[in-house]
Design a protein around this ligand. Structure first.
Ligand code: TPP
Length: 334
């Protein structure tokens, strides 16, 4: 009886070997992404940021929960909605903000912009703009590390619309055929630009697309950082120890438009409000307080500190110089 009571009193992450420090870091990373992007939206409005800018707000738990169980020698590929994953990977927020501002101190020297964050030292391989264009690169990365006899894992984020591309299927086929240590994380936020998934995709169970290749697969609640961490830990173990791929469908939602230029008239306020009730940051923050990991006052002071850090990043970006003209001729094939 005593034993049973003890079990039910345990937090739901008790089996995951997560220290309080790690739990707090996961919460902090999600809040940093949120505050960084809210500020990016403001700066975009002021004309400080140009070009495309796709916000990750609402999807934070997917990126943080997927990246938290990785090792430093693992690799990450993603699409253009890349700020959140870059921050979750520990990329410098000054460099990230400067990249948005198109400054030479940016993570891609100011010539990539919002869609092309990159940091080799963190194994963050971008930031890619073509829908479905990067999954084959991720499979190539997994092939390379396997060929070199390393036990690194490559993870690849993609939007659900990319799974309608032919190259997606070619990639899954080769990944399973060659037993590559790669994890595909499909962030199903329900919409490809303004088109609801139900209008563009046959079949209700997206993750079953991987069944044609007999790949390990499943769906996970992408609004829940702990569930993401749990499923990713299993997939990472499979990739690292057995060199096998996994396809995970993370069910999530973006609270903002597709990009900064999207007025978002294809969804109702009621639908958005419904998802906001499941805000991944608020729900996890409440849970950490309920479990005694943090106090309400800790949440507040952390938020203040993060806002101050983001303010400094904006000042850094603003004060940084533009890339010099000579750089126009660098990194060009010809
Ligand atoms: C090959 C290709 N076709 C069209 C586009 C234009 N486009 C940019 S984003 C996007 C929607 C992609 O949606 P999804 O993959 O679900 O990702 P999300 O934006 O929801 O993160 C489209 C069609 C593109 N970038 N590349």
């Amino acid at each position: 009886m005593k034993e049973e009571k003890k079990k039910t009193n345990q937090p739901r992450w008790a089996d995951l070997n997560l220290s309080n420090e790690k739990l707090v870091k996961m919460y902090r990373d999600m809040l940093m992404i949120r505050r960084f992007e809210e500020r990016a939206a403001q700066e975009y409005g002021k004309g400080k940021i140009g070009g495309f800018c796709h916000l990750y707000i609402g999807q934070e738990a997917t990126g943080v929960g997927a990246i938290a169980p990785l090792r430093e020698d693992d690799y990450i590929y993603t699409a253009y909605r890349d700020h959140g994953q870059a921050i979750a990977r520990g990329m410098d927020i000054n460099g990230c903000m400067a990249e948005l501002f198109g400054k030479v101190t940016g993570v891609s020297k100011g010539i990539g912009g919002s869609m092309h964050f990159y940091d080799l030292s963190k194994g963050f391989m971008g930031g890619w703009g073509i829908v479905g264009g990067h999954p084959p690169l991720a499979a190539g990365s997994a092939f390379a590390t396997k060929y070199q006899g390393k036990d690194s894992v490559t993870i690849c984020f993609m939007g659900e619309a990319s799974t309608n591309q032919g190259v997606f299927h070619e990639t899954l086929n080769m990944a399973e055929l060659w037993k590559l240590p790669v994890i595909f994380i499909c962030e199903n936020n329900g919409y490809g630009m303004g088109t609801a998934i139900s209008r563009a995709m046959a079949g209700e169970h997206l993750f079953e697309k991987a069944s044609g290749y007999e790949m390990a697969r499943g769906a996970v609640n992408g609004m829940d950082v702990i569930e993401m961490y749990r499923e990713m830990s299993i997939a990472i173990k499979r990739a690292r120890e057995k060199s096998l791929p996994t396809f995970l469908e993370a069910r999530t939602y973006r609270f903002r438009g597709h990009s900064m230029s999207d007025p978002g008239q294809y969804r109702t306020k009621e639908e958005i409000d419904e998802y906001k009730k499941r805000d991944p940051i608020e729900t996890f923050g409440r849970e950490l307080v309920a479990e005694g990991v943090l106090k309400e006052s800790d949440l507040e002071s952390m938020d203040e500190q993060i806002k101050a850090d983001v303010q400094k990043a904006v000042e850094f970006a603003d004060a940084s110089p533009q890339p010099p003209l000579e750089m126009l001729h660098e990194n060009i094939y010809g």
